[in-house]
Ligand binder design. Structure first.
Ligand SMILES: Cc1cc2nc3c(=O)[nH]c(=O)nc-3n(C[C@H](O)[C@H](O)[C@H](O)COP(=O)(O)OP(=O)(O)OC[C@H]3O[C@@H](n4cnc5c(N)ncnc54)[C@H](O)[C@@H]3O)c2cc1C
Length: 293
């Protein structure tokens, strides 16, 4: 199939994007890397009357790293972030997760902002945004607002962005503790396919080896990336021994209501997600102790 007829405008600034969006009353769509939108249009699952191309808007590109955060502008290519030595040093879990996003070719075009707004339940960037409680900055003619990852994803493929808003950047906080470790695991049918289930964990240990902060999130097996706070609370203050991790994980299956599709049924996704959480937690613990790089 071919896409339905549409108009095309190339924006030169953020102000222009916001103006175009406000004039189109929800009928226009931003195009960034086009890796998801173009196939959807070709299948006529998306029929915008106007495409607003943001690829020439320089203020939407680039990476800024401070002591406290990694800020990525929305139209930055996924490949640029993956190749950044500074990002890998400051936020290794993001680099790790990005290496699982699609293929080299899709990452060369696909943008960080496009992936977040697309809100695929299996998207790795969304998973890390939720894990670290990243902040999304969005702009419209009405002004700017900042949305925490916890409030950004609404359901599968849907965010709380208004139709006239443009995502401009995402800010990932950096945990300051030196004894911080992360783990990321996913299962997919083939390498670089969308994950059937994924899990990420980040935690910090104090000098006696007890867990002082922890975040655990599951993706793919849920409509939106889901923090499993009950398990986090149970592990806070513990030594994160294998037994403590196993006990804390016992309730995870009943917290999940995975979707079933042609690739995997709900029960399979539930079981795999639990296994992946265990692996992510153990990797995070070992990295925090310095025994895994
Ligand atoms: C073969 C293949 C395999 C893939 N595998 C994976 C995978 O394993 N994991 C994964 O996470 N993704 C995967 N993807 C998707 C890929 O990561 C896309 O890059 C991403 O989903 C969309 O990014 P994009 O820049 O191409 O956005 P586009 O396709 O241009 O846009 C996607 C949506 O976001 C909106 N949008 C884009 N930018 C903005 C903005 N700044 N503000 C507001 N709205 C915006 C668009 O209007 C559209 O609705 C795969 C894609 C392909 C083709």
């Amino acid at each position: 199939m071919k896409a339905a007829e549409f108009d095309y405008v190339k924006a030169k600034s953020l102000d222009e994007i916001c103006l175009f969006l406000s004039q189109q009353a929800g009928e226009a769509r931003i195009i960034a890397g086009g890796q998801t939108l173009v196939p959807l249009m070709a299948m006529r699952m998306a029929r915008p009357n106007t495409l607003i191309d943001i690829n020439d808007v320089e203020e939407l590109k680039g990476i800024e790293i401070t002591k406290k955060s990694v800020i990525i502008k929305a139209c930055t290519r996924q490949s640029e972030v993956l190749e950044s030595v500074d990002v890998r040093r400051s936020l290794p879990i993001l680099s790790d997760a990005l290496s699982h996003v699609g293929h080299t070719q899709t990452r060369n075009r696909g943008t960080v902002g496009g992936s977040l707004v697309n809100a695929d339940p299996s998207a790795e960037i969304s998973l890390i945004a939720r894990l670290l409680d990243a902040e999304m900055t969005v702009h419209s003619v009405r002004g700017e607002r900042v949305i925490k990852a916890a409030n950004f994803f609404s359901s599968a493929m849907i965010t709380n962005l208004d139709a006239d808003e443009c995502l401009t950047q995402v800010c990932f906080p950096i945990w300051s503790s030196v004894r911080t470790g992360f783990g990321f695991h996913e299962t997919s049918i083939r390498a670089s396919d969308y994950a059937l289930a994924s899990a990420a964990a980040q935690l910090s240990l104090d000098s006696s080896g007890q867990c002082r902060s922890i975040s655990i999130v599951i993706g793919g097996a849920t409509e939106i990336p889901t923090r499993i706070s009950e398990t986090e609370e149970q592990l806070m203050g513990s030594d994160l021994s294998d037994t403590e991790i196993k006990t804390a994980m016992e309730k995870i299956p009943e917290m999940l209501e995975p979707q079933a599709d042609v690739h995997a049924d709900a029960d399979y996704r539930r079981r795999v997600a639990c296994v992946l959480v265990g692996r992510a937690l153990k990797d995070a613990r070992e990295r925090a102790k310095g025994s895994l790089v």
